[in-house]
Design a binder for this molecule. Sequence first.
Ligand code: T5A
Length: 220
Amino acid sequence: MQGKLIVFEGVEGCGKTTQIQRSRDWLLARMTEIQPDVSIVVTREPGGTELGVGLRQLLLEERGQPMFERAELLLYAADRAQHVEQVLKPTLAKGGIVLCDRYTYSTIAYQGYGRGLSLSLIQQLNQIATGGLESDLTIWLDVDVEIGLSRAKARGKADRMEQAHLDFHRRVSQGYRELATAQPERIVRVNASPSEAIVQQQIQQILHNHLTQWHEQINN
Ligand code: T5A
């Protein structure tokens, strides 16, 4: 099978990290039956490279000085450009499966819908940062903003983005909703409100369907 880029998206605390780990374990077990030598790589944006770790700190730590919206946008784009070249493209070229915590839709949802920056500008910047590399599947973990924020809060101190006003997070959530409605063939919604195990069952079904479809495409 060719390499596949599977992205997990959603608002703060929707459960991406938890579900990516569980999905990796499930995929590892399943792929040993189908293609034992496949590599499954878990990564994230921002922070999937050494440069990205530094950018992540700049982006998420509260520094007492406001970060302007276009500066924020460009830092996320810089992180992505590095990540695509250093991690995503080489892994996909070797036929690996990448499970990526956030990608281009995060910028549309957060900097576009959330901050109100131009969506066409963001699309151009995403194009530059990715060189046109699109996800093969995006799983959108849909949970109420209040539930997600309270899960994130229970875990520890809120980062710079989590501290943003509730209205900001509601606009981000609306952004994901509109993106998923406009692109149902690319973005699959999962109800992320139930328990971790139930959310994982939904994801496994989606992954199963896509793996089957991808295999059929190769064999036809
Ligand atoms: N960003 C990112 C942009 O603005 N633009 C961009 O272009 C990009 C790429 C990144 C920040 O940067 C922004 C978005 C973000 O603000 P992040 O670490 O990806 O930072 O952001 P978060 O979404 O905040 O990641 P979190 O780790 O906080 O949330 P997760 O990964 O969605 O959730 P997870 O799995 O860590 O779970 C959170 C807590 O909830 C519990 C978990 O045990 C954990 O304690 N939990 C559940 N509890 C009950 N029921 C369930 N079903 C649960 N699932 C998880």
